[in-house]
Design a protein around this ligand. Sequence first.
Ligand code: ZN
Length: 477
Amino acid sequence: MRTHRLLPSLLLLGSLSMTAACSSGSSGSSGTATAARPGPSATTAPVRTVDPARIKGLRLVSDNSEDPSCAWATTYPDVPGATAMTDAMKKDVQGRLATFRELCEESSGVAGELNISHQFLVASGDVLGVRLTTLGGGGVGSGLARRTYWYDGGAGAYRTASDLVADGSRDAFLAALKSGLKGREGTDADTLDEAFDNRSSLVGELGDMDFTADGDLRVTFAPGTVGAVPAGSYVVTLSRATVTPWLSAFGRRVQRQTVRPSASLDLGATARPTPAVPTRTASGDDDTDCAQVKCVALTFDDGPSAAYTGTLLTYLDRYDARATFFTVGQNVVAHPELVRAEARGGNEVGNHSWSHPDLTRLTAEQVAHQLNRTSAAIQAATGQAPTLFRPPYGAVNTTVRNATRLSAVLWTLDTEDWKYPDASKVAESVVSKVKRNDVVLMHDIHPTSVAAVPQILRTLSADGYHFVTVSHLRATM
Ligand code: ZN
């Protein structure tokens, strides 16, 4: 069998089932990957979860389409002080997105979906570690790829996964990995010899490594690197005692910060000013009767955004307007204070999945996981569980509906604001078309969409409209 190790792992296309894809994209703390027969250490290794809300100045950089025929959602974190690492993630994400968008144009609607989500592995002391998980990317054999990115605050340098191992220990390290792969289903001696004989290429492909809470090192091989592509990823876990002598000085600091994290993260950066979070509390229940007056429900998807959501809330306050926010779980846990401010201002907080995949491509269990995890994050932030969800890309089917008790909300007026980053065009798309009881689709991850809101509120208020939440509209129209 041929391996595909000559391809850079960024471009590796596996044919993993969506089970593997979702478990990595959405289970967050789990570092397990689906191998044909995952070793016991792959499924039982304890993991340490990182609370991203504690990372000062964190911003998530998101770019999402809402076009089901060319569906993409990419997010990577921007942590103050770790610029070199942020740049590396940005370059990888933008490269994949550019490739995918080209494919979209060539294939007119059969490119599938690109989804890049993130997970913090370590954020303490002078160590930052992030895993980006890429699902899809289009075309035949589209699969799953994962890469870990590391930042060494002590040296002020970006590190790759293979930098966790000392140069002088590479041979011993690789030999241990090879013996850990021997006898696994989907691989054989010839394949392993071929992969491990070409060491320089293999080292470049060791892109996904992290430590368990016990200090063991977990190495994940992407589909096709050491076995057949359909067999999926392989995970080899090296015990703490085995691996520690082979680690670089930075690798040992990462291991230490994983096993026993410091109280806070300090990368030596000057703190990024935290955007103000509006503190206004809406006075009482909304008594607007949409059967008697003209109502419209503005909805904002894909946030919260550290950069723009606070500003949007102050605009809504100014016009005594209420809106509905369909939030993405990975953003909710990064900025619970913004979700709390949304709820406090009398707005409704809905569920827009954990990482913005096309839910109709997932199994019922995966759909439930995407939605339940997000609802739990919303409840933790606001004290109240959501009752509504909006499926990413508006993609919903019977499997999705049956997998949740949340009620699906689509829209009646699409501003296409993600496609046209032009505030006056966005405002015009609403004020020129709106009609009574419309549900308007917008996104608070785009500055131009938020900048359009004052004009929308001003014009429609003057025209007698009341701005209510989706649940309020449904209850009284
Ligand atoms: Zn969306």
